[in-house]
Design a protein around this ligand. Structure first.
Ligand code: HEM
Length: 307
């Protein structure tokens, strides 16, 4: 990531602690909800409100600068390859219904969404995977054994990614036990009957992912144990109802970055495990904490040794 990218990520994360206003959050909490308390956070003292507005403006102008820079780069290199940002820009320009200001906010808001949704979720998932692997060295060995069979010349390649079953099972199990996203929410657009529950129009329903992922009725009596082997024959055979496994959500609003995040996690973990063995430090204090996502409250301390 460029230094501008890092500054941007840091500012966005800082702003998000105050004011979750990206596209993702607006979609889930478009009006007053029990999450936000009051619309537009109007209850905050003026000083805090100003700080939030300043951070928002700063984040927006940083994103806009990055967009312009990327546009310029593309003009100079006349590359025909389009990245996500260029597709967004094209979408904004081609959408006649958007005015000039609206198309700028369309691009900026979508960039914010991708940063918010994609950065910390994947980083936290990697931390949980490392914590669990540190506790279970036999799974580190399993990953290395598979790498010895799959890697050509001892190197990770795009082709080998699809054959890394063991690391995939470890990630799936870590995302089951510690799903970074704590819930998915849906608003009932009309009166709906769910089993014996009547849901009135406009009601916001939250499905708690960790609860679903640890239900013994769905996963069996070992639901709380780390057992990646339950995914040997895929998600559908790992539990009673595959719909009960939703670390990336479900349905038409399924996580946009699901495949990307899985590839990122596979690459990072494969590289670490291939070069280091590690165990959990006695300093580690297990404290899953909800801060928009469920993260290790006091970090993950591990002792590493070069192989
Ligand atoms: C391990 C990492 C990740 C986890 C656990 C995760 C989880 C989720 C969940 C639970 C949702 C809500 C889905 C629903 O309501 O059904 C979601 C939505 C979303 N995620 Fe992710 N995500 C991850 C990584 C990423 C990455 C890397 C990106 C982008 C590069 C991304 C972009 C998005 C976007 C844009 C949405 C909103 C989709 C929509 O509303 O249509 N996520 N994610």
């Amino acid at each position: 990531m460029s230094s501008r990218g890092l500054v941007l990520a840091a500012r966005i994360l800082k702003a998000s602690r105050f004011f979750p206003s990206s596209g993702v959050f607006n979609r889930h909490f478009p009006v007053k909800t029990s999450f936000s308390g009051l619309p537009n956070f109007g209850f905050l003292p003026a000083k805090k409100h100003n700080k939030i507005s300043n951070l928002e403006r700063e984040v927006e102008s940083l994103i806009w600068e990055a967009v312009k820079e990327r546009q310029q780069e593309c003009r100079e290199t006349s590359s025909s390859e389009k990245d996500l940002m260029l597709l967004l820009l094209e979408g904004a320009v081609n959408d006649q219904s958007l005015g000039k200001d609206a198309s700028k906010s369309f691009v900026v808001d979508n960039c914010k969404t991708i940063y918010f949704a994609g950065h910390e979720s994947t980083a936290v998932a990697a931390s949980w995977c490392l914590m669990l692997l540190a506790l279970h060295p036999e799974w580190q060995d399993g990953i290395r054994k598979e790498q010895a069979e799959v890697f050509k010349d001892g190197l990770l390649s795009v082709d080998s990614l699809n054959h890394l079953k063991t690391v995939t099972m470890v990630i799936q199990e870590a995302l089951r036990l510690y799903p970074p996203a704590a819930f998915v929410s849906r608003e009932a657009l009309e009166e709906t009957q769910l089993g014996n529950i009547a849901v009135s129009k406009g009601l916001c329903l939250w499905t708690l992912i960790p609860t679903l992922h640890r239900d013994p009725a769905v996963w069996g009596s070992d639901a709380n144990e780390f057992k990646p082997e339950r995914f040997t024959r895929g998600v559908s055979k790992a539990c009673k109802f595959p719909q009960a496994y939703i670390p990336f959500g479900v349905g038409p609003r399924l996580c946009l970055g699901k495949n990307f995040a899985m590839v990122e996690l596979k690459v990072v973990l494969s590289l670490i495990v291939s070069k280091f063995s590690f165990s959990l430090s006695p300093k580690y204090h297990h404290s899953p904490t909800y801060r928009m996502i469920v993260e290790p409250g006091e970090g993950v301390q591990i002792l590493i040794q070069k192989i």
